[in-house]
Each structure stands twice: as C-alpha cells, then as structure tokens.
Design a protein around this ligand. Structure first.
Ligand code: KIV
Ligand code: ZN
Length: 543
C-alpha cells in the first residue's frame, strides 16, 4: 500500500486546550489570542485553540483565534456528539484552515465506567460524529481516547470507521501517560497492520507525562510512522502535562539527520514562546528544564567551562541562539524615543500603536530611569503586561505601605473599580504584601483569600524587573460566596489568577492581586450564568 508519509513532522500545539486544562491556569480571551499569535510566529502547523462547548468564554476565544490568527490550521475540540461538533465548527469555521478534532474512548475501562456505554455504541457514535464533522469541515481529526489501554483490535475497528467517514488525521492518545516507548511502537505498528487505510491518513501521537515518558513515547510514535505530534509549550497540560514542544522540536532539530525527519518550527522563537506562556499562565519553568530552563545552557562545573572555552562542542550539543536565548542583549537606551520603542517592539513581533504604544512608552521611560539596561526580555515583559485585558476590572492605582520590624505593616491602597470609581482601602497585615492584598479586598469589598503567590526576576541583576503571579480564591467556599454571587453553590471553589510586572515588587504584587480578583469575579459571574452542569464544571476546573 502506498503511503502519503513525508519526512516533515506536523507540530500540533495544544497549549491552549490541553495545556489550559492544567490546574491553576485560567487564560482570558486576550491572553489566548496573544499566545496564538506567538504560536503562529513559532510556525507550528496546527493550533488547538480550545474546547468551544466548554463555556462561552472558550467559544469566543477559539472564534477570535480562528478569525485573527493566520498561517496554522486552527482546530477546535469536540466530544463525539452533535452539539459539541456544531459548536466546534461554529468557532473555527472562519479560519482560513479550520479543523474539527473529535474524540471518543476505546478502552473498556472508559467505556464501562465513564461513558457507561458499550463497544457497539462507541462504533455508532464514531460513525455519526465523524460523518457530521466531515459534512461541515474537510479537515477532521479523530482520537480514540485512552487508546494505549484499549484493545488494539477494537481500536482498529473504530479507527477504520473514522477513516471510512472521512477522518484525515487519526490521533492515538496515551491519555493517562501509561505506555512505554516499545509498547507504543508495537501498538501503532499493529494498528497500521490492522488498518492499512491508515497509511492514507496522517497518524498522530498525543502523550501525557505521568511517568516522565511523554517526549520519549512521542518520538517512538514518530519512528513508528506518526507524522503529527501533539505537544504543548513548556509541557503544560492535564496532571503531569503533555509532551513538551520545545523538547520534541529540538530533538528533531538536533538529531533529525539520524532519523531523516524535521519540523517547520522557527526554533529561534522557542525561548520567547516559553516565556510568554509561563508569564501568562503563571506556571514557572523549572531551572533545569531541557531547552527552556534557565540553566539549560549554563555550565557550572570548572571542567565543563574549561572544555567549552576551548571548543564549544566539547560539552554543548545545541547553540543557545538556536532557541532564541540571546534575546537579553541591550536593545534600548534611556534616551530612546517612541519610534525606537515601536521598532524594537516590532522586532520582537509586537505591533503596538496608539494608546497602547503611549502607555508602553511611559512604562519604558519609568523603567529606563531605574534600570541601567532595558533588554529585549524587559520589553517583552512590559508589553505583555500592558496588553493585558483590564476592561471592566479592578486596577491598583496607588499604594502606601508602612513597614517596620517593630510594628505590623499597614497599607493604604486606591483601586479603580470596574465602573471607574476610585476607592480607598486600608489594612494592617502580617507583612507588607499581606497588608496590600487585604487592603485591596477592603477597597473592592470582595472577600478573597490568597492561594498562591510568587515573584520572579525577569532578567538577572539587582535592578531586574519583578514579575508577580497571584492565585486567589473567592470567599469562604462553604458560605460567603453565596451572598456575593448567588448563582455559585456552596462548596464550589472559584479561583482567579493574575500576573504583573514592575520595577517595584510590591507594586507588581498588588497589581497582580487586583487582576486575579478581576479574573475570579468574572469567573464567578460566568459560573452563575452557566447553562448546565458541564459548563459549570468546565469553568470551575480552572484554575
Ligand atoms: O489525552 C487525551 O486523550 C486528550 C484527547 C482529547 C485527545 O487530550
Ligand atoms: Zn490529552
């Protein structure tokens, strides 16, 4: 049987769908759009933009990405039912290259206990849903969920049905991160043998990292014939996450010759994409993370340093510049003007005009007054911060904190309310940050508790910009929420995340806290307005 297989591996990015399902992540539509634009600059082949039926917010974000992001295929996820597929199609149909991705489990454990169904029903639903998707969209992907724990013969029957109905990509997920490279190879090889028609479609792999094997299993899948790999930036995703895009791509970039394969990813955009996703999701990248960790290219041991100074290849298999890690060079000086800032931002991939440029310029001048060097990474952090959607949200206008080791710190804050009113709040807390956060609660009248708080430096050096990430939970889960948000039920936990960048970490923390409150309050309203239990569950699952 002839095959359509090529030596280019399609990179399918699911940062905005599986990645967004990570606990604690809650991106708004503007943030998802910003990540999608960056994924297009990274030149991924497919962006899975979200799960449109999950909530109106998800739908709007997928639709905005489909309409505004050009280049990659834009996919929307749908369970194998008519409502999901219609909704996914509505969301992606305006893309130049839309895809519907529908899925249904083939493992007996899922069929019996989760779907409470039968193998026969799974076959029928697959036939109906792929046929429905195909009638709407040429490009249809089908995933037999939990395939690696399923009977391969039965999965093959389901895959054959999906192909008969016109699926163009068959994705074989290791949903719970259970398989091992050789086992996965054997499963895929057997699937090809049982379903020769699979050679006419694109075989895809989707691996979770529960046992730390997501990239190894994905690579095994590619060697077994898969030509699409589903990955996420920084490996974020359900539980332990998905295969990390940067690792898989750099594996094929560095060792591709050995296996005769490559991707179309612009590798020099990897580091910036990783930083953007980390910043907007609040998920830090571990220092020793392959490719994008702070230490991924740093040599500590004297022997290694000595070797690299003599000949780089003694201890380096990749050049940091290949993944864009040279972005910390000085780009602007204190006296740079608006036009220079605009052009530097353009070089970084941001087209900023009008009010946003003015605001970014004001922030740049403030930073340039305090910092000796304004680097590309500083600008990136600043513009991401400035582009945040603060419409109808709470915004910290100013603060005073009196801190001393002899008296409890006292904070006064002024918060711009969603209706434009400026309201002051005061609090004496356990520490200056605690005092600020509780003073913001006092000003806004929103009862919230801090769940997570982190401050990172954007770059090295004493004058580095500080980047704060905050997660809050509204009120007392059992009672207080109900008073403020009558549609939220007792026991439902409504959380929100916020990030901010500033030279002063107290300011960054207070601004991030106000943003987290905004996100939590918006979510509480959405939960109160949710149409059904599924929509509520989708909203409450993040963060
Ligand atoms: O892990 C999984 O099985 C998934 C499917 C929806 C493809 O994410
Ligand atoms: Zn998954």
């Amino acid at each position: 049987m002839s095959s359509t297989r090529s030596d280019a591996v399609i990179i399918f990015d699911t940062t905005l769908r599986d990645g967004e399902q990570s606990p604690g992540i809650s991106l708004n539509a503007a943030e998802k759009l910003e990540i999608a634009h960056q994924l297009a600059r990274l030149n991924v082949d497919v962006i899975e933009a979200g799960f449109p039926i999950a909530s109106p917010g998800d739908f709007e974000a997928v639709q905005a990405i489909a309409r505004q992001v050009h280049g990659p295929i834009i996919a929307g996820l749908a369970r194998a039912n008519a409502a999901d597929i219609d909704r996914a199609w509505e969301a992606v149909r305006d893309s130049e290259r839309p895809r519907i991705h529908t899925f249904l489990s083939t493992s007996d454990i899922h069929i019996e206990y989760q779907l409470m169904s039968t193998r026969e029903d799974v076959k029928g639903l697959t036939r109906a849903s792929v046929a429905q998707a195909k009638a709407l969209c040429q490009d249809v992907e089908f995933s037999p969920m939990d395939a690696t724990r399923a009977d391969v013969e039965f999965t093959a029957e389901v895959v054959q049905i999906a192909l008969d109905e016109g699926a163009t990509t068959i994705n074989v997920p290791d949903t719970v991160g259970y398989t091992m490279p050789e086992e996965y190879t054997a499963f895929l090889t057997r699937l090809y043998a049982l379903v020769p028609d699979l050679h006419q479609a694109v075989l895809s792999v989707h691996c979770h990292d529960d046992l730390g094997l997501a990239v190894a299993n994905s690579f095994a899948g590619v060697l077994a014939g898969a030509r699409q790999v589903e990955t996420s930036i920084n490996g974020i995703g359900e539980r332990a996450g998905n295969a990390a895009l940067e690792e898989l791509v750099m594996l094929l970039h560095t060792r591709g010759d050995a296996v005769g394969l490559h991707t179309n990813v612009v590798t020099t955009e990897i580091a910036r994409t990783s930083r953007l996703v980390s910043r907007l999701t609040g998920y830090a990248v571990q220092p020793n993370k392959a490719i994008v960790g702070r230490n991924a290219f740093a040599h500590e041991s004297g022997i290694h340093q000595d070797g690299v100074l003599k000949h780089r290849a003694t201890y380096e298999i990749m050049d940091a510049r290949t993944v864009g890690l040279d972005a910390n060079s000085l780009v602007l000086g204190k006296h740079s003007g608006r036009a220079a800032l605009k052009s530097a931002l353009q070089d970084l991939g941001y087209t900023v005009d009008g009010a946003t440029l003015n605001a970014a310029f004001k922030r740049f001048k403030d930073i340039a007054d305090k910092k000796k060097q304004v680097t590309a990474m500083d600008l990136e952090a600043l513009v991401t911060d400035e582009l945040r959607d603060e419409l109808a949200g709470y915004a910290l206008e100013w603060f005073d904190v009196e801190a001393s080791s002899r008296r409890p710190p006292h904070a006064t804050v002024a918060v711009r309310m969603p209706d434009g009113e400026l309201v002051e709040g005061r609090f004496t807390g356990d520490g200056p940050i605690d005092a600020i956060f509780r003073a913001v609660n006092a000003a806004t009248g929103v009862d919230a508790r801090l769940r997570e708080f982190r401050v990172d430096a954007v770059t090295g050096g004493q004058d580095a910009l500080g980047e704060a990430s905050v997660v809050v939970e509204l009120g007392d889960p059992a009672a207080a929420i109900k008073a403020d948000f009558p549609g939220v039920l007792a026991g439902e936990r409504v959380t929100g995340a916020g990030q901010a960048v500033a030279t002063d970490i107290i300011q960054a923390a207070g601004t991030a806290y106000a943003r987290a409150l905004t996100s939590a309050v918006r979510k509480a309203r959405a939960v109160a307005d949710a149409g059904d239990a599924d929509e509520r569950a989708a909203l409450l699952s993040t963060p």
